[in-house]
Design a protein around this ligand. Structure first.
Ligand code: DMJ
Length: 405
Protein backbone atom coordinates (compact mmCIF):
# COMPACT_ATOMS: atom_id res chain seq x y z
CA UNK A 1 0.00 0.00 0.00
CA UNK A 2 2.91 2.38 0.54
CA UNK A 3 4.17 1.78 -3.00
CA UNK A 4 0.66 2.59 -4.25
CA UNK A 5 0.76 5.74 -2.11
CA UNK A 6 -2.36 4.66 -0.24
CA UNK A 7 -1.15 6.24 2.96
CA UNK A 8 -4.38 6.11 4.91
CA UNK A 9 -4.71 2.39 4.20
CA UNK A 10 -1.04 1.86 5.04
CA UNK A 11 -1.42 3.57 8.39
CA UNK A 12 -4.56 1.57 9.20
CA UNK A 13 -2.86 -1.70 8.21
CA UNK A 14 0.12 -0.95 10.46
CA UNK A 15 -2.24 -0.17 13.36
CA UNK A 16 -4.08 -3.47 12.86
CA UNK A 17 -0.84 -5.43 12.59
CA UNK A 18 0.48 -3.95 15.83
CA UNK A 19 -2.85 -4.50 17.58
CA UNK A 20 -3.69 -8.01 16.36
CA UNK A 21 -0.58 -9.95 15.42
CA UNK A 22 1.07 -12.11 18.09
CA UNK A 23 4.21 -14.10 17.42
CA UNK A 24 4.42 -16.43 20.45
CA UNK A 25 2.27 -19.08 18.83
CA UNK A 26 2.69 -22.82 19.34
CA UNK A 27 3.01 -23.38 15.63
CA UNK A 28 5.67 -25.03 13.49
CA UNK A 29 6.67 -22.76 10.61
CA UNK A 30 9.09 -22.87 7.71
CA UNK A 31 12.11 -20.74 8.61
CA UNK A 32 12.57 -19.73 4.96
CA UNK A 33 8.93 -18.76 4.32
CA UNK A 34 8.59 -16.96 7.66
CA UNK A 35 11.75 -15.04 6.96
CA UNK A 36 10.90 -13.92 3.45
CA UNK A 37 7.19 -13.33 3.95
CA UNK A 38 6.74 -12.24 7.58
CA UNK A 39 10.09 -10.85 8.68
CA UNK A 40 10.67 -9.20 5.30
CA UNK A 41 7.14 -7.76 5.40
CA UNK A 42 7.62 -6.33 8.88
CA UNK A 43 10.98 -4.79 7.96
CA UNK A 44 9.79 -3.34 4.66
CA UNK A 45 6.74 -1.84 6.37
CA UNK A 46 8.89 -0.47 9.21
CA UNK A 47 11.20 1.26 6.75
CA UNK A 48 8.22 2.88 5.04
CA UNK A 49 6.52 3.79 8.34
CA UNK A 50 9.73 5.38 9.55
CA UNK A 51 10.05 7.39 6.34
CA UNK A 52 6.46 8.65 6.62
CA UNK A 53 6.92 9.52 10.28
CA UNK A 54 9.95 11.61 9.46
CA UNK A 55 8.07 13.42 6.72
CA UNK A 56 5.82 14.73 9.51
CA UNK A 57 2.29 14.10 8.24
CA UNK A 58 1.52 10.40 8.64
CA UNK A 59 2.44 7.78 11.26
CA UNK A 60 3.15 10.35 13.96
CA UNK A 61 2.10 7.86 16.66
CA UNK A 62 4.57 5.24 15.41
CA UNK A 63 7.37 4.29 17.80
CA UNK A 64 9.09 1.43 15.91
CA UNK A 65 6.46 -1.16 16.85
CA UNK A 66 7.01 -3.12 13.60
CA UNK A 67 10.76 -3.20 14.18
CA UNK A 68 10.15 -4.52 17.70
CA UNK A 69 7.96 -7.24 16.22
CA UNK A 70 10.61 -8.01 13.61
CA UNK A 71 13.20 -8.35 16.34
CA UNK A 72 10.97 -10.66 18.34
CA UNK A 73 10.35 -12.78 15.27
CA UNK A 74 14.07 -12.85 14.49
CA UNK A 75 14.75 -14.20 17.97
CA UNK A 76 12.05 -16.82 17.50
CA UNK A 77 13.74 -18.00 14.29
CA UNK A 78 17.26 -18.03 15.70
CA UNK A 79 17.00 -21.45 17.44
CA UNK A 80 16.90 -22.92 13.92
CA UNK A 81 20.59 -22.06 13.60
CA UNK A 82 21.54 -24.21 16.58
CA UNK A 83 23.30 -26.85 14.46
CA UNK A 84 26.96 -27.81 14.40
CA UNK A 85 27.30 -26.81 10.74
CA UNK A 86 25.56 -23.43 11.02
CA UNK A 87 23.01 -24.41 8.38
CA UNK A 88 19.52 -23.76 9.78
CA UNK A 89 16.87 -26.35 10.53
CA UNK A 90 14.11 -26.02 7.95
CA UNK A 91 11.36 -25.58 10.55
CA UNK A 92 11.00 -24.08 13.97
CA UNK A 93 8.23 -23.86 16.51
CA UNK A 94 7.67 -20.16 17.14
CA UNK A 95 7.01 -20.74 20.84
CA UNK A 96 9.25 -23.70 21.67
CA UNK A 97 12.17 -23.35 19.24
CA UNK A 98 13.64 -26.51 17.75
CA UNK A 99 15.08 -28.78 20.39
CA UNK A 100 12.58 -28.31 23.19
CA UNK A 101 10.55 -31.55 23.64
CA UNK A 102 7.37 -29.58 23.03
CA UNK A 103 8.56 -28.13 19.74
CA UNK A 104 7.57 -31.08 17.47
CA UNK A 105 10.64 -30.24 15.35
CA UNK A 106 14.32 -31.07 15.47
CA UNK A 107 14.11 -34.46 13.78
CA UNK A 108 14.67 -33.13 10.30
CA UNK A 109 18.18 -33.38 8.98
CA UNK A 110 17.92 -31.92 5.48
CA UNK A 111 17.12 -28.52 4.03
CA UNK A 112 17.09 -26.99 0.58
CA UNK A 113 19.87 -24.71 -0.58
CA UNK A 114 17.49 -21.80 -1.10
CA UNK A 115 16.03 -22.38 2.38
CA UNK A 116 19.44 -22.04 4.04
CA UNK A 117 20.75 -19.40 1.65
CA UNK A 118 17.88 -16.89 1.62
CA UNK A 119 18.22 -15.27 5.01
CA UNK A 120 20.91 -12.64 4.59
CA UNK A 121 18.89 -9.65 3.31
CA UNK A 122 16.27 -9.78 6.04
CA UNK A 123 18.65 -10.82 8.82
CA UNK A 124 21.27 -8.22 7.90
CA UNK A 125 18.60 -5.52 7.66
CA UNK A 126 17.27 -6.60 11.06
CA UNK A 127 20.75 -6.44 12.57
CA UNK A 128 21.49 -3.05 11.14
CA UNK A 129 18.12 -1.57 12.06
CA UNK A 130 18.06 -3.06 15.56
CA UNK A 131 21.74 -2.86 16.48
CA UNK A 132 21.89 -6.62 17.24
CA UNK A 133 24.52 -8.23 15.04
CA UNK A 134 23.56 -11.82 15.88
CA UNK A 135 21.06 -12.13 13.01
CA UNK A 136 23.44 -11.07 10.26
CA UNK A 137 26.17 -13.27 11.71
CA UNK A 138 24.06 -16.42 11.54
CA UNK A 139 22.75 -15.73 8.04
CA UNK A 140 26.26 -15.05 6.87
CA UNK A 141 27.60 -18.21 8.44
CA UNK A 142 24.96 -20.28 6.61
CA UNK A 143 26.09 -18.70 3.33
CA UNK A 144 29.71 -19.44 4.20
CA UNK A 145 28.85 -23.11 4.66
CA UNK A 146 27.03 -23.34 1.33
CA UNK A 147 29.97 -21.69 -0.36
CA UNK A 148 32.44 -24.10 1.27
CA UNK A 149 30.29 -27.03 0.22
CA UNK A 150 30.05 -26.05 -3.46
CA UNK A 151 31.42 -28.66 -5.80
CA UNK A 152 34.96 -27.38 -6.40
CA UNK A 153 35.20 -28.80 -9.91
CA UNK A 154 31.99 -27.31 -11.26
CA UNK A 155 31.38 -24.44 -8.76
CA UNK A 156 27.77 -25.58 -8.60
CA UNK A 157 25.65 -26.41 -5.56
CA UNK A 158 23.08 -29.17 -5.13
CA UNK A 159 19.42 -28.83 -4.22
CA UNK A 160 19.22 -30.42 -0.75
CA UNK A 161 21.90 -30.51 1.96
CA UNK A 162 22.25 -32.24 5.33
CA UNK A 163 22.20 -29.56 8.04
CA UNK A 164 24.37 -31.55 10.45
CA UNK A 165 27.29 -32.70 8.33
CA UNK A 166 26.89 -30.52 5.22
CA UNK A 167 26.74 -33.50 2.83
CA UNK A 168 24.69 -33.04 -0.30
CA UNK A 169 21.50 -35.10 -0.30
CA UNK A 170 20.30 -34.12 -3.77
CA UNK A 171 23.02 -33.30 -6.22
CA UNK A 172 20.96 -31.97 -9.09
CA UNK A 173 21.78 -28.36 -9.79
CA UNK A 174 19.72 -25.71 -11.57
CA UNK A 175 18.47 -22.18 -10.99
CA UNK A 176 14.85 -23.03 -10.12
CA UNK A 177 13.14 -24.86 -7.27
CA UNK A 178 15.37 -25.54 -4.28
CA UNK A 179 18.24 -23.23 -5.26
CA UNK A 180 16.79 -20.10 -6.93
CA UNK A 181 16.97 -17.41 -4.25
CA UNK A 182 20.38 -18.57 -2.97
CA UNK A 183 21.87 -17.08 -6.12
CA UNK A 184 19.53 -14.10 -5.95
CA UNK A 185 20.62 -13.32 -2.38
CA UNK A 186 24.33 -13.49 -3.14
CA UNK A 187 23.89 -10.83 -5.80
CA UNK A 188 21.50 -8.72 -3.76
CA UNK A 189 23.57 -9.06 -0.57
CA UNK A 190 26.35 -7.39 -2.48
CA UNK A 191 24.01 -4.60 -3.60
CA UNK A 192 22.46 -4.12 -0.16
CA UNK A 193 25.53 -4.58 2.00
CA UNK A 194 28.33 -3.56 -0.35
CA UNK A 195 30.52 -6.53 0.58
CA UNK A 196 32.62 -7.81 -2.34
CA UNK A 197 32.72 -11.36 -0.94
CA UNK A 198 29.11 -11.84 -2.01
CA UNK A 199 29.75 -10.52 -5.51
CA UNK A 200 32.79 -12.73 -5.98
CA UNK A 201 30.81 -15.78 -4.93
CA UNK A 202 27.92 -14.82 -7.16
CA UNK A 203 30.23 -14.30 -10.12
CA UNK A 204 31.88 -17.68 -9.62
CA UNK A 205 28.50 -19.43 -9.50
CA UNK A 206 27.21 -17.35 -12.40
CA UNK A 207 30.08 -18.43 -14.67
CA UNK A 208 29.30 -22.05 -13.77
CA UNK A 209 25.60 -21.54 -14.48
CA UNK A 210 26.35 -20.00 -17.87
CA UNK A 211 28.76 -22.80 -18.67
CA UNK A 212 26.67 -25.79 -17.66
CA UNK A 213 23.05 -24.86 -16.94
CA UNK A 214 22.24 -22.12 -19.43
CA UNK A 215 21.56 -23.42 -22.91
CA UNK A 216 19.72 -20.32 -24.21
CA UNK A 217 16.83 -20.05 -24.20
CA UNK A 218 16.72 -23.04 -21.84
CA UNK A 219 17.95 -23.37 -18.28
CA UNK A 220 18.41 -27.06 -17.51
CA UNK A 221 19.28 -29.01 -14.38
CA UNK A 222 22.59 -30.84 -14.36
CA UNK A 223 24.44 -33.09 -11.96
CA UNK A 224 26.69 -30.93 -9.76
CA UNK A 225 29.57 -33.43 -9.93
CA UNK A 226 29.15 -34.27 -13.57
CA UNK A 227 27.71 -31.05 -15.02
CA UNK A 228 27.78 -32.06 -18.64
CA UNK A 229 24.99 -34.52 -17.79
CA UNK A 230 21.48 -33.04 -17.82
CA UNK A 231 19.25 -34.58 -15.19
CA UNK A 232 15.95 -33.48 -16.67
CA UNK A 233 14.69 -31.93 -19.85
CA UNK A 234 11.94 -29.67 -18.49
CA UNK A 235 11.91 -26.40 -16.59
CA UNK A 236 10.01 -25.37 -13.45
CA UNK A 237 8.14 -22.09 -13.13
CA UNK A 238 10.30 -20.72 -10.29
CA UNK A 239 13.27 -20.22 -12.58
CA UNK A 240 11.33 -17.51 -14.42
CA UNK A 241 12.94 -15.08 -11.96
CA UNK A 242 16.36 -15.77 -13.45
CA UNK A 243 16.19 -13.35 -16.41
CA UNK A 244 15.51 -10.58 -13.85
CA UNK A 245 18.63 -11.57 -11.95
CA UNK A 246 20.59 -11.60 -15.18
CA UNK A 247 19.43 -8.02 -15.78
CA UNK A 248 20.82 -7.05 -12.37
CA UNK A 249 24.07 -8.75 -13.44
CA UNK A 250 24.00 -6.72 -16.68
CA UNK A 251 23.71 -9.80 -18.89
CA UNK A 252 20.80 -8.87 -21.12
CA UNK A 253 21.08 -11.19 -24.10
CA UNK A 254 20.41 -14.54 -22.40
CA UNK A 255 17.84 -12.80 -20.18
CA UNK A 256 15.89 -11.64 -23.23
CA UNK A 257 16.06 -15.07 -24.85
CA UNK A 258 14.88 -17.03 -21.80
CA UNK A 259 12.16 -14.49 -21.03
CA UNK A 260 10.90 -14.68 -24.61
CA UNK A 261 10.76 -18.47 -24.48
CA UNK A 262 8.76 -18.28 -21.22
CA UNK A 263 6.43 -15.73 -22.82
CA UNK A 264 5.72 -18.15 -25.64
CA UNK A 265 4.80 -20.80 -23.04
CA UNK A 266 2.33 -18.37 -21.44
CA UNK A 267 0.82 -17.73 -24.86
CA UNK A 268 0.14 -21.42 -25.24
CA UNK A 269 -0.91 -22.26 -21.68
CA UNK A 270 -2.04 -18.81 -20.36
CA UNK A 271 0.24 -19.19 -17.31
CA UNK A 272 3.51 -20.94 -16.62
CA UNK A 273 2.69 -24.46 -15.43
CA UNK A 274 4.45 -25.30 -12.17
CA UNK A 275 6.53 -28.20 -13.51
CA UNK A 276 6.15 -29.30 -17.16
CA UNK A 277 2.61 -29.19 -18.40
CA UNK A 278 1.84 -32.60 -16.87
CA UNK A 279 1.84 -30.73 -13.57
CA UNK A 280 -0.39 -27.90 -14.62
CA UNK A 281 -0.84 -26.13 -11.31
CA UNK A 282 -0.13 -22.39 -11.29
CA UNK A 283 -0.33 -20.70 -7.86
CA UNK A 284 -0.20 -17.21 -9.43
CA UNK A 285 3.56 -17.13 -9.22
CA UNK A 286 5.09 -13.69 -9.83
CA UNK A 287 8.51 -14.60 -11.24
CA UNK A 288 7.63 -13.99 -14.88
CA UNK A 289 6.15 -10.55 -14.05
CA UNK A 290 9.29 -9.81 -12.02
CA UNK A 291 11.58 -10.55 -14.96
CA UNK A 292 9.32 -8.56 -17.26
CA UNK A 293 9.65 -5.54 -14.95
CA UNK A 294 13.45 -5.80 -14.84
CA UNK A 295 13.71 -6.19 -18.60
CA UNK A 296 11.50 -3.16 -19.20
CA UNK A 297 13.56 -1.10 -16.77
CA UNK A 298 16.77 -2.14 -18.48
CA UNK A 299 15.66 -1.82 -22.10
CA UNK A 300 12.77 0.67 -22.11
CA UNK A 301 11.35 -1.52 -24.86
CA UNK A 302 7.52 -1.13 -24.96
CA UNK A 303 7.36 -4.80 -25.95
CA UNK A 304 7.63 -5.57 -22.24
CA UNK A 305 4.64 -3.36 -21.50
CA UNK A 306 2.66 -5.53 -23.90
CA UNK A 307 3.93 -8.64 -22.11
CA UNK A 308 2.79 -7.06 -18.81
CA UNK A 309 -0.58 -6.26 -20.36
CA UNK A 310 -1.01 -9.87 -21.38
CA UNK A 311 -0.22 -10.98 -17.80
CA UNK A 312 -2.90 -8.62 -16.46
CA UNK A 313 -5.44 -9.78 -19.06
CA UNK A 314 -4.82 -13.45 -18.31
CA UNK A 315 -5.10 -12.88 -14.57
CA UNK A 316 -8.38 -11.01 -15.02
CA UNK A 317 -9.78 -13.55 -17.47
CA UNK A 318 -8.69 -16.77 -15.77
CA UNK A 319 -7.89 -16.13 -12.10
CA UNK A 320 -10.17 -13.35 -10.95
CA UNK A 321 -12.90 -14.37 -8.51
CA UNK A 322 -15.31 -12.23 -6.46
CA UNK A 323 -13.05 -12.01 -3.40
CA UNK A 324 -9.67 -11.77 -5.10
CA UNK A 325 -7.58 -13.96 -7.40
CA UNK A 326 -7.53 -17.74 -7.18
CA UNK A 327 -4.61 -20.05 -7.87
CA UNK A 328 -5.10 -22.12 -10.99
CA UNK A 329 -5.29 -25.82 -10.23
CA UNK A 330 -4.62 -26.89 -13.79
CA UNK A 331 -3.66 -24.52 -16.59
CA UNK A 332 -5.15 -26.97 -19.14
CA UNK A 333 -8.65 -26.94 -17.66
CA UNK A 334 -8.58 -23.53 -15.91
CA UNK A 335 -9.97 -24.98 -12.65
CA UNK A 336 -9.31 -22.96 -9.52
CA UNK A 337 -7.93 -23.68 -6.07
CA UNK A 338 -9.24 -21.92 -2.96
CA UNK A 339 -5.94 -20.22 -2.38
CA UNK A 340 -4.22 -16.87 -2.94
CA UNK A 341 -0.64 -16.79 -1.66
CA UNK A 342 0.73 -13.66 -0.02
CA UNK A 343 3.31 -13.36 -2.80
CA UNK A 344 0.50 -12.51 -5.19
CA UNK A 345 -0.03 -9.19 -3.39
CA UNK A 346 3.56 -8.65 -2.26
CA UNK A 347 5.15 -9.45 -5.60
CA UNK A 348 2.79 -9.84 -8.55
CA UNK A 349 0.78 -6.68 -7.86
CA UNK A 350 3.87 -4.68 -7.03
CA UNK A 351 5.86 -5.65 -10.10
CA UNK A 352 2.89 -5.06 -12.40
CA UNK A 353 2.12 -1.71 -10.79
CA UNK A 354 5.73 -0.62 -11.05
CA UNK A 355 5.95 -1.82 -14.64
CA UNK A 356 3.18 0.55 -15.67
CA UNK A 357 3.89 3.50 -13.37
CA UNK A 358 5.93 6.50 -14.39
CA UNK A 359 8.91 7.33 -12.25
CA UNK A 360 7.37 10.60 -11.05
CA UNK A 361 4.21 8.78 -9.89
CA UNK A 362 6.16 7.14 -7.10
CA UNK A 363 6.65 9.11 -3.94
CA UNK A 364 10.13 7.82 -3.33
CA UNK A 365 13.05 6.82 -5.50
CA UNK A 366 12.66 3.11 -6.17
CA UNK A 367 16.36 2.87 -7.03
CA UNK A 368 17.20 3.63 -3.40
CA UNK A 369 15.78 0.21 -2.51
CA UNK A 370 16.45 -3.42 -3.21
CA UNK A 371 13.64 -5.95 -3.60
CA UNK A 372 13.84 -8.97 -1.33
CA UNK A 373 12.84 -12.25 -2.94
CA UNK A 374 9.30 -11.50 -1.73
CA UNK A 375 9.52 -7.95 -3.19
CA UNK A 376 9.68 -6.19 0.15
CA UNK A 377 11.76 -3.03 -0.13
CA UNK A 378 14.93 -2.57 1.88
CA UNK A 379 16.98 0.64 1.62
CA UNK A 380 20.45 0.30 0.10
CA UNK A 381 21.59 2.91 2.62
CA UNK A 382 21.82 -0.02 5.07
CA UNK A 383 25.25 -0.76 3.61
CA UNK A 384 26.68 2.05 5.69
CA UNK A 385 24.78 1.30 8.90
CA UNK A 386 26.23 -0.49 11.88
CA UNK A 387 26.64 -3.10 13.12
CA UNK A 388 28.62 -4.81 10.40
CA UNK A 389 29.83 -8.30 10.90
CA UNK A 390 33.31 -9.47 10.07
CA UNK A 391 34.02 -9.65 6.37
CA UNK A 392 36.16 -12.77 6.44
CA UNK A 393 34.66 -16.20 5.93
CA UNK A 394 34.82 -17.33 9.53
CA UNK A 395 32.40 -15.62 11.81
CA UNK A 396 32.62 -16.15 15.53
CA UNK A 397 29.18 -16.65 16.91
CA UNK A 398 28.09 -15.82 20.39
CA UNK A 399 25.78 -18.08 22.39
CA UNK A 400 22.43 -18.63 20.72
CA UNK A 401 19.57 -16.88 22.40
CA UNK A 402 16.91 -19.43 23.26
CA UNK A 403 13.20 -19.04 23.13
CA UNK A 404 12.06 -22.03 25.11
CA UNK A 405 9.11 -20.48 26.84
C1 DMJ B 1 8.26 -16.29 -3.56
O1 DMJ B 1 7.79 -16.60 -2.29
C2 DMJ B 1 9.72 -16.00 -3.50
O2 DMJ B 1 10.06 -15.30 -4.64
C3 DMJ B 1 10.56 -17.23 -3.38
O3 DMJ B 1 11.94 -16.95 -3.47
C4 DMJ B 1 10.22 -18.27 -4.42
N1 DMJ B 1 9.06 -17.90 -5.16
C5 DMJ B 1 7.92 -17.46 -4.44
C6 DMJ B 1 6.78 -17.09 -5.33
O4 DMJ B 1 6.64 -17.92 -6.40
Amino acid sequence: VKVLNKLEEFEAAVRRTVRDVRLDNDVVVSVFETNIRVLGGLLGAHVMADMLRQQGEWMQWYTDELLHMAKELGHRLLPAFNTTSGLPYPRVNLRYGVLNPLSRTGTESDTCTACAGTMILEFAALSRLSGESVFEEHARKALDVLWEKRQRGSDLVGTVINIHNGDWVRRDSGVGAGIDSYYEYLMKAYILLGDNVYLERFNTHYSAIMKYISQPPLLLNVHMHNPTVSVRSWMDSLLAFFPGLQVLRGDLKPAIETHEMLYQVTKQHKFLPEFRVHWGQHPLRPEFAESTYYLYKATGDPYYLRVGQSIVEKLNAHARVPCGFAAVQDVRTGTHEDRMDSFFLAEMFKYLYLLFSERNQLHFDIDDYIFTTEAHLLPVSLSTSQPRCQSNDTVRLGPLPTLML
